[in-house]
Design a protein around this ligand. Structure first.
Ligand code: SF4
Length: 362
């Protein structure tokens, strides 16, 4: 059953602010969402946000809301800014980012937000510099490295993405970044997915994999026959197969993600280890199509057989056996891992393994 489409609120500032109207007793709140905008200027086929035009709340309103949060929520540690791209509205961002920095500096509050990958360009260098704050965490959805897949989803291609991330690294080295990719997009396949994973690993940034879900009202839902989309018929409507990815390959992709990310997550816990991984994997470029992925997969196998990490790997496996496709990239908790022991295993692994052949097709 579907309700008729509602009328769009043209000026979203007409919507009363829950923070300014004292709807919540903020005393005990540690994490809050703060809505900056509605709608999106893009129309990705798997998303419904872009079905409505992009509209912003006024800067004055957001500033007043932040003041209320800082004043009335003494336990607040994280503000999640809800907008599809913090850098999209340059004037707005140029005013907001200094304010966020000031709040972080004075109160140690962390800000989490999304950036559209297409905003990472030379025209936004001033904004990138303002992002350089240890309390800022950006999520940047790349989704795929395959241009045809991106175009067919209604996204711009991946041209300029590498340069964009290089600029971000240069001008905002202190920013925490998570790169998002989507598993199971129509037109993609295992090799395209491996390419995306390996590329994310090569950036050294954190990774988030979302399994494609079909949202009611999205263009993918309307065109699911055209793309051969089969859906698991219960919430959250993950795809089980698409025209170019049969179900058995989809499951292989799930497994591949989990295996490779076991070691990648650990590697990212130490800067020295991460830097060494990036250098070592780059050296395999001539021998492997997906050097960083292959390195991570092989290191996972090594760790799984090791005395110190075998149990951690078995526990990790046990956990994922109870999961289905309904699984996002929860790397598991490796808080008690000894970095020294990990470094020893890494050195032993490196000296024992050389890539001698390109990664085989799965
Ligand atoms: S996926 Fe992101 S960029 Fe695409 S329409 Fe949705 S919000 Fe906009």
């Amino acid at each position: 059953m579907r309700s008729p489409a509602a009328n769009i609120v043209q000026d979203i500032n007409d919507i009363p602010s829950p923070y300014l109207n004292g709807v919540f007793d903020l005393k005990k709140y540690r994490v809050v969402d703060l809505l900056l905008s509605r709608g999106c200027k893009w129309r990705c086929s798997y998303c419904i946000i872009g079905e409505n035009p992009l509209r912003y709340f006024s800067f004055d309103r957001i500033k007043a809301e932040l003041e209320v949060l800082v004043k009335k929520a003494p336990e607040l540690s994280t503000i999640s800014l809800i907008t599809t791209d913090l850098l999209e509205n340059e004037k707005f961002a140029l005013k907001l980012l200094p304010l966020m920095r000031e709040i972080s500096w004075k109160r140690g509050i962390k800000f989490i937000f999304d950036i559209n990958v297409n905003s990472l360009s030379a025209r936004n260098i001033e904004l990138m510099k303002l992002l350089n704050c240890a309390d800022f965490e950006a999520e940047i959805g790349v989704q795929s490295r395959n241009n045809e897949v991106l175009f067919s989803c209604g996204r711009p291609g991946s041209k300029g993405i590498e340069e964009g991330f290089e600029l971000l690294k240069k001008h905002a080295p202190g920013l925490s970044v998570t790169i998002g990719i989507i598993r199971g997009l129509p037109g993609d396949d295992i090799n395209g997915y491996k390419n995306a994973l390996s590329w994310v690993f090569s950036t050294g940034y954190d990774l988030q994999v979302r399994h494609l879900r079909i949202l009611p009202g999205s263009r993918l839902e309307k065109n699911k026959k055209q793309y051969g989309i089969e859906i698991i018929k219960k919430y959250p409507y993950f795809v089980s197969s698409v025209n170019t990815i049969p179900r058995k390959n989809m499951l292989k992709m799930v497994r591949l993600t989990e295996d490779a990310c076991f070691s990648y997550k650990m590697i990212r816990m130490s800067k020295a280890l991460k830097d060494n991984f990036l250098t070592s994997a780059s050296e395999l470029k001539n021998n492997s199509e997906y050097p960083h992925l292959e390195f991570a997969e092989k290191f996972t196998i090594w760790l799984g057989k090791s005395r110190k990490f075998g149990k951690i790997y078995r526990d990790y496996n046990q956990k994922r056996k109870s999961e289905t496709l309904d699984w996002e990239l929860d790397y598991g908790s490796f808080e008690n891992v000894s970095l020294r022991a990990l470094l020893v295993e890494f050195v032993k692994f490196k000296s024992s393994w050389k890539a001698t052949k390109p990664a085989g097709k799965r």
